[in-house]
Design a protein around this ligand. Structure first.
Ligand SMILES: [Zn+2]
Ligand SMILES: [Zn+2]
Length: 223
């Protein structure tokens, strides 16, 4: 029963073709997977139409909700709003923003710009997310990611504590770049507990919050 809203394929720096990634997810017991390759402007125009086609094929023939998305990565903070709007215009169902992880020189202001954009759905690995940012995310319904990805996960404890305090909704994502990164319920639960969160919040993250996000997406788009 895994839902995972952040994965990569060979359309950016992942190992597997988009359709193989979805196939591996089906076999892994996923009910929902979003393909969210890294992009900015330009590459987004190439990648999104391909992801849309692959996800439609997977949904038609397999028992999985394959969601076409994009991860805006190292987009200048002041260009995030317009780029996210463009991604939705190109047909992405979900826009993830590559947040201010401590392991990469992500431009300061990226977290805030993502949270302020109505076209962004998830702020991924936001590093030293501030309480103000988390409160804003809670008010605007932007999901804050607890990541299973090495490196980015170094600040999971801080992110979890801050998002919890602010009442922001959280998700756990794999940020998979290969099939070996895909989640199981057990591992997702371990990542959440490892971030210091309790059982009730863990259940919210694994079941309630993905349902809310999927409803939001399906309300917005027809499949
Ligand atoms: Zn990557
Ligand atoms: Zn990613």
């Amino acid at each position: 029963m895994v839902s995972d809203f952040h994965t990569h394929t060979s359309l950016s720096d992942g190992d597997l073709s988009p359709i193989e990634m979805v196939r591996r997810a089906v076999v892994n017991g996923y009910t929902t997977i979003a393909l969210t390759d890294h992009a900015a402007i330009g590459d987004m125009q190439r990648i999104i139409p391909e992801i849309i086609q692959v996800c439609a094929m997977a949904r038609n023939y397999w028992d999985i909700l394959a969601i076409p998305g994009i991860e805006l990565t190292h987009v200048p903070a002041r260009a995030i709003a317009e780029t996210a709007a463009k991604a939705k215009e190109l047909g992405a169902w979900i826009v993830v923003v590559h947040g201010e992880t401590i392991t990469e020189p992500v431009e300061s202001g990226t977290n805030l710009a993502a949270i302020n954009s109505p076209h962004v759905d998830i702020l991924a690995h936001p590093g030293f997310l501030t309480l103000k940012e988390a409160q804003l995310a809670a008010a605007k319904g932007i999901f804050i990611e607890i990541t299973a990805r090495k490196g980015h996960s170094l600040t999971n404890g801080h992110v979890a504590k801050t998002a919890y305090q602010a009442g922001a909704r959280m998700l756990v994502d794999s940020d998979s770049h290969t099939d070996r990164d895909l989640l199981t319920d057990e591992f997702a639960s371990a990542v959440i507990h490892g971030a210091g969160l309790d059982d009730v919040t863990c259940q919210d993250i694994l079941t309630v919050n993905p349902e809310i996000l999927v409803k939001k997406i399906l309300g917005r788009y027809q499949i």
